[in-house]
Write a protein that binds this ligand. Sequence first.
Ligand SMILES: Nc1ncnc2c1ncn2[C@@H]1O[C@H](COP(=O)(O)OP(=O)(O)OP(=O)(O)O)[C@@H](O)[C@H]1O
Ligand SMILES: [Mg+2]
Length: 298
Amino acid sequence: MSEEKIIEIKNLEYIYMQHTPLEHQALSGINMEVNRGECIAIIGHTGSGKSTLIQHLNGLMQPQKGKIIVDGEDLSDSNVDLKALRRKVGLVFQNPESQIFEHLIGDEVAYGPFKLGLPLNEVRKRVKWAMEMVGLSFNEMKDRPTYALSGGQKRKVALAGVLALKPEILVLDEPTAGLDPYSKNELLEKIKKLNREEKITVIFISHNLEEVSFLAHRLYVLANGKNLVDGTPNDLFSNKEILEKYKIGTPDSVDILYKLKDAGFSINPRLFDVSCVAAQIFSILSTYQRRVTDDISV
Ligand SMILES: Nc1ncnc2c1ncn2[C@@H]1O[C@H](COP(=O)(O)OP(=O)(O)OP(=O)(O)O)[C@@H](O)[C@H]1O
Ligand SMILES: [Mg+2]
């Protein structure tokens, strides 16, 4: 992966409803760096500032204090080309309803590419690709009305609309919220593919630590508008001190390993992928079985 920084955030602060009795400091010093091609997760308690932070990345919110540099461009600069920025940084909101305006799914996904002035056959190609990428059949769904979609389907349509612009950076606010387990896994595989094969830099917010460890190269933990700690899922989830200190919570598979460790079994907490946990349990069981067999034959 490239070491070239595509996003740099320095001491970013943001206050909602500044100079009013309702003012609230949502960000109070965020520092972050993302390399081109990385997949970064942002986690943290409800209200910690995650959505506020990512809405800065495509210029939807302007930095009040601090700096954000995206692909060499300082977003505090009033001359920044917002259209070009939003083509480069595709953002899918936490609530997809706010992002859908057209009556038909096909038109909704085609809106961005049309606005880019692309030829009709290229627009159609992109719409088909983007819809299939998020698991919506182009032939079956393109003429369906957007108002009649479920929450999960709206989320997929919103993501397809952003993908159709072929962004270099994809920013997703809780992309799998409201999806059934099958669609969720399908979408996670697609996001992984976009990152690993199409080389799109991905930044996503999630409350689900399993999906964080499945997708992310690194993660940032936010609390009270500040980033507390960052590292690879492996480094953070296998470090019990950090997990407790920052109240991160643990993926279920890590929980199982720590319970085995507390019970005196020798396990490796860094190997917390489900298949590795299963292998560690099999190994404990076979040692145990061997001991029982030896005892019986004595
Ligand atoms: N438009 C707004 N006006 C005033 N305060 C706001 C606004 N939007 C968010 N806030 C406040 O800013 C803080 C950060 O909100 P934000 O939506 O960024 O949190 P979050 O980490 O995304 O939370 P969640 O996990 O619940 O989505 C919260 O305390 C929230 O109440
Ligand atoms: Mg949020």
